[in-house]
Design a protein around this ligand. Structure first.
Ligand code: GLN
Length: 454
């Protein structure tokens, strides 16, 4: 804890932490010492972690990196963070992210961009997003692990951009209670760590069956660390041909082959498969996620939480709502709310939202069929490129940013577990990640396969 607190202060330039909690950290570390001395050593006893600003932490600012939640200090603790504290973990502070987890570069944060500790010729690169602060903090040793959330790739893409491990669990494995909602049918919290084994330990700590989240699954939580046996003989790994996108770089292609080779050398069988509806995933995601976001963000009205605009004489409640939301939400969030409201509106609901839901069912069916045919996991790249430069996307069509999520959104639409593992580097020496997608509820088997790629 002391080493991390020192490193955090020395690395202010990365802007990974947006709120440091050194006093809380020291008292939690002392409590962990006492538990250890008493012979009670839970799984993460004394392990210092950083928490994405999307998680509500009691009495500690929790703003989802948005101006609209300015001054918001929750009265309650999210289930994920409570589970961490129960497991003995130590809170170092809150981590930077894209506003309301909308983005892929951590540039939409009210706190300003987080910076990737990896550099090319001293040029600042994005750590990815939305869990950019989490990824930067893990990569720069500003914590031993961090929480992330993943609605369309926000754990896996930043992990790939920073050479760290990021796991999105099966939808329902981890409670969403107290995690500020973006798109409720897609959101899932997960571990961001240095190694696959750490991800297994942390998943075991944060997963729980929770009455406070009706989508939390009533399933036994296995010992994920014990599942990492190193034996993957006979496992069938699918390579989906639709993920071989036009214009994919040779580097990514070569890395994909290398990862398949590593799995084959360890005794797995590599099989070509087809997931035919893949090309519709990104458009379906960018209808469904904004639709749910527009509904979830309706609660920020200047009355219940955070910021309220100053009113002029004669202003009524409508002006108060409008002005508060115009001031409090950044431009990407406003774009999502407008798209979401449009696709849910009476005249367009069937053409957009309902159609996207049907596409989502087809995408899920593609995966179901692959798994029914005996495939154990699916191997794809995690991202189309290595980390890009900060500011590189400014002024471009926002869809360019959305294209970053092309390999990750399918997993959320189907509710499956997915992990990004660092495998190799690009020509500039930047880390690249490969993604393994698992069978639902089989994170243990997924982690075991992922360790082969480390
Ligand atoms: N980049 C995607 C988006 O902007 C995914 C974000 C996420 O997973 N939270 O919606």
């Amino acid at each position: 804890t002391d080493a991390c607190l020192g490193a955090i202060d020395a690395a202010d330039a990365l802007n990974a932490y947006v709120h440091k909690t050194p006093e809380i950290a020291r008292s939690m570390a002392a409590a962990a010492d006492a538990r250890l001395a008493a012979g009670d050593a839970p799984a993460m006893c004394g392990i210092p972690v950083g928490i994405k600003d999307l998680f509500c932490t009691k009495g500690v600012p929790s703003q989802a990196a948005s101006a609209i939640l300015e001054g918001f200090k929750p009265e309650y603790e999210s289930t994920v963070t409570q589970n961490l504290w129960d497991a003995g973990a130590v809170m170092l502070g809150k981590l930077n992210m894209d506003e309301f987890a909308m983005g892929s570069s951590n540039e939409t944060s009210v706190y300003g961009k987080a910076i990737n500790p990896w550099k090319v010729d001293a040029r600042d690169l994005t750590p990815g997003g939305s869990s950019g602060g989490s990824a930067a903090a893990v990569a720069a040793d500003l914590c031993l692990a961090a929480t992330g959330t993943d609605t369309g790739g926000s754990i896996r893409q930043p992990a790939a951009f920073t050479g760290t491990v990021g796991l999105k669990p099966t939808y329902g494995r981890v409670s969403r209670w107290g995690t500020i909602a973006f798109a409720s049918s897609l959101d899932q919290a997960g571990p961001m760590t240095k190694t696959v084994r750490d991800a297994a330990i942390m998943l075991g700590a944060i997963a729980s069956v929770d009455d406070k989240d009706s989508t939390s699954a009533d399933r036994a939580i296995p010992d994920y660390e014990a599942a990492i046996t190193g034996d993957i003989r006979g496992k069938k790994i699918g390579i989906p041909r639709e993920y071989r996108m036009d214009g994919m770089s040779d580097e990514i292609d070569a890395l994909w082959r290398q990862a398949a080779e590593m799995l084959r050398d360890a005794g797995a069988e590599i099989v070509d498969i087809s997931l035919p509806h893949t090309k519709y995933a990104l458009p379906a995601y960018y209808v469904i996620a904004p639709a749910e976001a527009s509904s979830n963000l309706a609660r920020y009205d200047g009355v219940r939480f955070g910021h309220r605009a100053k009113l002029a004489a004669g202003d009524g409640i409508d002006q108060m709502y409008a002005r508060t939301r115009a001031e409090g939400f950044g431009s990407e969030v406003q774009r999502r709310v407008m798209i979401g409201t449009y696709v849910l509106s009476a005249g367009f609901y069937d053409a957009y939202y309902n159609r996207a839901r049907r596409v989502r069912a087809l995408i899920k069916r593609d995966f179901d069929q692959a798994y029914a045919s005996g495939i154990d996991a699916i191997l794809t790249p995690a991202t189309p490129s290595a980390a890009f430069g900060l500011g590189e996307m400014a002024g471009k069509d926002p869809v360019e940013m959305y294209l970053n999520d092309v390999f990750t959104v399918t997993v959320n639409l189907a509710g499956l577990p997915g992990i990004s593992v660092p495998v190799g580097t690009d020509a500039q020496g930047l880390p690249l990640g490969m993604q393994l997608i698992g069978r639902p509820w089989e994170e243990g088997a997924l982690l075991n396969l992922a360790q082969t790629l480390e």
